[in-house]
Design a protein. Structure first.
Length: 369
């Protein structure tokens, strides 16, 4: 993922795919042009990189010139095309191939046709490396198209977002879910995870997804996924990751206007962490961090024993059981800590102190995400 100005973009078309598309276009043009010496007309600025690669691959004599037009403001195409540099050479009776980086609405192309209306060229054809068929509103024929893409804003390989991104050798696509902040919340038993999750979801308007709650909800409401999960549980088997992920996907889709999600109780394994990354990726989003409350074992034991005196929870009353739960937590989460640390997303937060102290430490971390 990359950030240009205020927006995030994800990798979309590799250098290799671009290279293959350019080569294919060159081959098609070569076979159509035959013995003529074509004039390639690049449309600046966006096409400079495409023109450069295209003509380097072009095996026969050719001429290269440019027109400079401008139509885009930010990430939107405008009707108003400015002619900044027009044709500077006589093209009478020449075979002309327009080289465009991208054809979107077709407004720019219309202007190109206007420019060529009075030129007595022998043949005019249009070659565009990228094309957005869903956005195209004109009838002009496109003779050579490199890669058809969906109607989403892209940058790289000559294309820019407000001036940035033209130098990137591959193409990136605008992420549509820009502003979500999602994190996985971890903490050993007694760390105060539940309390803090409640504060955080209020403060940031996040949706708290606790896998345990999601399971109970789906089973209670007898959803298809709930029944499927229950069928495994009834046999004493673990619910497969796909089923759990499908439930989480449904939760994420239900709350698509959320500012983000706090995942709690999931993932527990490397495979689940990867599946969660894939899920967020398919939603054009991402896990920003694993936020883990770090509390010394002795403090946890003390807290839980204290809680056991009043809560009556049997698993909070026995020191040996408590120590075991803590040990198990560290054994299970160590791999996940490594997983997220490898992506530079592990954020440990000191979980000792008053509730508000800890909340303040957490918000300081989350504000930076
Ligand atoms: P059209 O006039 O709408 O066909 O748009 C053509 C021009 O808009 C291109 O030459 C680009 O300069 C710009 N453009 C269109 N789509 C994109 C995009 O996804 N990223 C960056 N620039 C674009
Ligand atoms: Mg252009």
């Amino acid at each position: 993922m990359i950030k240009l100005h205020d927006l995030y973009f994800k990798p979309f078309i590799s250098e290799n795919e671009i290279d293959n598309a350019v080569q294919r276009m060159v081959d098609e043009v070569v076979s159509d042009v035959q013995d003529e010496i074509p004039v390639f007309v690049g449309i600046l600025n966006g096409s400079f990189m495409f023109v450069s690669d295209f003509v380097k691959k072009y095996p026969n004599p050719c001429e290269v010139t440019f027109i400079k037009l401008a139509s885009y403001e930010g990430v939107k195409s405008t009707e108003d095309i400015q002619r900044l540099i027009g044709l500077t050479q006589d093209l009478t009776n020449r075979v002309v191939v327009i080289l465009e980086d991208i054809i979107d609405s077709g407004n720019t192309l219309e202007e190109i046709h206007r420019i060529f209306k009075n030129e007595k060229v022998k043949k005019l054809s249009i070659a565009t490396l990228f094309h957005k068929p869903e956005a195209y509103k004109k009838d002009f024929k496109l003779h050579y198209v490199g890669i058809n893409i969906p109607d989403k804003f892209i940058v790289g390989y000559g294309l820019d977002y407000n001036g940035l991104g033209r130098n990137l050798p591959k193409v990136y696509q605008l992420k549509t879910t820009q502003y979500m902040t999602n994190f996985v919340l971890f903490g050993p038993p007694g760390a105060g995870k539940g309390t803090q999750a409640n504060f955080l979801k209020e403060t940031y308007n996040l949706v708290h997804i606790s896998t345990g709650d999601v399971f109970r909800y789906n089973i209670k409401n007898e959803t298809a996924l709930g029944m499927l999960a229950k069928s495994y549980m009834d046999k004493g088997e673990l619910v497969p990751d796909e089923v759990t992920i499908d439930m989480l996907r449904a939760e994420v889709e239900k709350n698509s206007d959320a500012n983000g999600f706090i995942f709690d109780g999931f993932p527990r394994t490397n495979a689940q962490a990867k599946a969660l990354d894939d899920l967020m990726d398919s939603k054009d989003s991402q896990i920003n961090a694993m936020v883990a409350l770090e509390v010394d074992d002795e403090v946890l034991v003390e807290r839980l024993l204290g809680r056991g005196k009043t809560s009556g929870r049997p698993d909070d009353a026995d020191e040996k059981i408590i120590r075991n739960r803590i040990k198990e937590y560290y054994q299970k989460t160590a791999i996940l800590k490594d997983y997220y640390a490898a992506q530079d997303k592990y954020c440990g937060v000191d979980g000792v102190g008053s509730i508000s102290d800890i909340t303040n430490r957490l918000t300081a971390v989350i504000d930076k995400l």
